[in-house]
Design a protein around this ligand. Sequence first.
Ligand SMILES: Nc1nc2c(ncn2[C@@H]2O[C@H](COP(=O)(O)OP(=O)(O)OP(=O)(O)O)[C@@H](O)[C@H]2O)c(=O)[nH]1
Ligand SMILES: [Mg+2]
Length: 280
Amino acid sequence: MQFIDLAEIHVKAGKGGDGIIAFRREKYVPAGGPSGGNGGNGGSVILKAVSHLQTLLDFRYAHVFKAENGQRGGPNNRTGACGADLIIEVPCGTMVWDAKTEELLGDLTTPGQTLLVAKGGKGGLGNKHFLSNHQRAPDYALPGLEGEERHLRLELKLLAEVGIIGLPNAGKSTLISVLSAARPKIADYPFTTLVPNLGVVRQPNGDGTVFADIPGLIAGAHAGLGLGHEFLRHIERTRLLLHLIDATAEDVVSAYQTIRNELVAYGQWVGRSPADCCSQ
Ligand SMILES: Nc1nc2c(ncn2[C@@H]2O[C@H](COP(=O)(O)OP(=O)(O)OP(=O)(O)O)[C@@H](O)[C@H]2O)c(=O)[nH]1
Ligand SMILES: [Mg+2]
């Protein structure tokens, strides 16, 4: 399966339905008065975190998401139906940014958590609403308002507590395969792992800790060498980094230092002491 952890989408909430102008016309009811109903509200666009998705792959091909418009009001004071909300499912760990203003709109971390990203437009008022002592036969109504529209950037940062980092071939995938039920590809050539793997490590009391095995880093990864360092975003939120070093390597210290340098170049760990990383 392809792993996609960045996506841009366009969301548009539904327009509110127009209010209408109508007058009650019935036999034996002279001058029945205004009866134009209000328009229904437009549907909103809502993002929802779900646990059955692990990537943003679904957004690779679908970029535009529109919620339903509200319906026009009807005669006899009938309010138009509201447009249905559009609920878009995203994996847990998705951060949502407004691509234009760079504002962080929300961080969807727990299953079921929702975020309103575009509010539906309000339905317009029908002429019935404007009936008053001064205005017995209002012949105007309001149009529905446009729904909000936004360009969003979705960024998936997997939620693991422990991140396993190291040079290619250090044995990171082997470690997670032994500690957890994860079965990543293991082979004796570098860059076997191309996308992060998550594994749940069971503690004796039954609780689980999520470990993430990420692709190997090499010197210059921050400048795009090897697989680059983009996937480091997935261990940005870990509580602990497990630095795995092949003990049979010629220069163990430089193996460690290379990874440290890349972390610093990536920028997220500047200021943390090396002791924050757990070495093996
Ligand atoms: N002798 C020995 N070999 C190991 C050990 N751990 C892993 N290996 C071998 O080292 C090779 C690389 O292991 P991987 O787990 O794929 O290493 P990795 O760090 O995930 O590598 P990349 O995904 O390419 O970055 C495989 O051939 C493993 O069988 C170990 O503790 N001892
Ligand atoms: Mg691997």
